[in-house]
Design a protein around this ligand. Structure first.
Ligand SMILES: Nc1nc2c(ncn2[C@@H]2O[C@H](COP(=O)(O)OP(=O)(O)OP(=O)(O)O)[C@@H](O)[C@H]2O)c(=O)[nH]1
Ligand SMILES: [Mg+2]
Length: 174
């Protein structure tokens, strides 16, 4: 069986934990605690170390999913979780205040994987009106192309198993 490790990163509230819960075959392992300070204005719980889940895609393929904490103060976990991963997903809440800046920030934070290691990367934009997103897909594309040409950008819903599967398949085949 081929086993792949994939890392999911992105800002607080972009849906990393939601996605891993939606997609994991077995019970995911979460490290959520009650949010304090600014995060509590957005939601009740936040990831402090990692999310982990796994899913068997077909008879030959198992995927291990690792979600990072979004909060910058836990950024020491980003590098630890990145080790040995075959691909990176950056998840962006498209209805946040500055989603293009968020994307730029995470592309920069993971530029070693993206530029030096040339790992497969896919960007998922969620929490948007898919028919008329603002900013639109090509705005996000423009940001990714400052880092590397050809990074796929998908509009998706992190709560939907089917859409997460499409995102993961895009990563595995890119
Ligand atoms: N409309 C919509 N809501 C979503 C989607 N994905 C997640 N959400 C909601 O947005 C919030 C995201 O929260 P989390 O999944 O905890 O976000 P996170 O990225 O794990 O955040 P941290 O662990 O704090 O970094 C939850 O309230 C979800 O219900 C989506 O695709 N569409
Ligand atoms: Mg989380």
């Amino acid at each position: 069986m081929f086993e792949h490790k994939i890392i999911f990163t992105g800002p607080v509230g972009s849906g990393k934990t939601t996605l891993i819960k939606a997609f994991s075959g077995s019970d995911p392992i979460l490290t959520e605690v009650r949010a304090s300070d600014d995060v509590s204005k957005i939601k009740d719980q936040t990831t402090v170390a990692m999310d982990y889940g796994s899913v068997i895609l077909d008879a030959e393929t198992k995927v291990h999913l690792y979600g990072t904490p979004g909060q910058k103060r836990f950024d020491f976990m980003w590098e630890i979780l990145s080790r040995g991963s075959m691909g990176l997903v950056i998840l962006i809440n498209g209805s946040a205040e500055k989603p293009l800046e968020d994307l730029h920030f995470y592309l920069s934070a993971f530029k070693d994987l993206i530029i030096e290691q040339d790992l497969p990367v896919v960007v998922g934009i969620n929490q948007v009106d898919k028919d008329n997103p603002m900013p639109n897909r090509s705005d996000y594309k423009g940001i990714t192309e400052q880092f590397r040409i050809g990074i796929p950008v998908l509009l998706m819903d992190a709560r939907e198993e089917r859409e997460v599967r499409r995102l993961v398949m895009t990563l595995l085949f890119s």
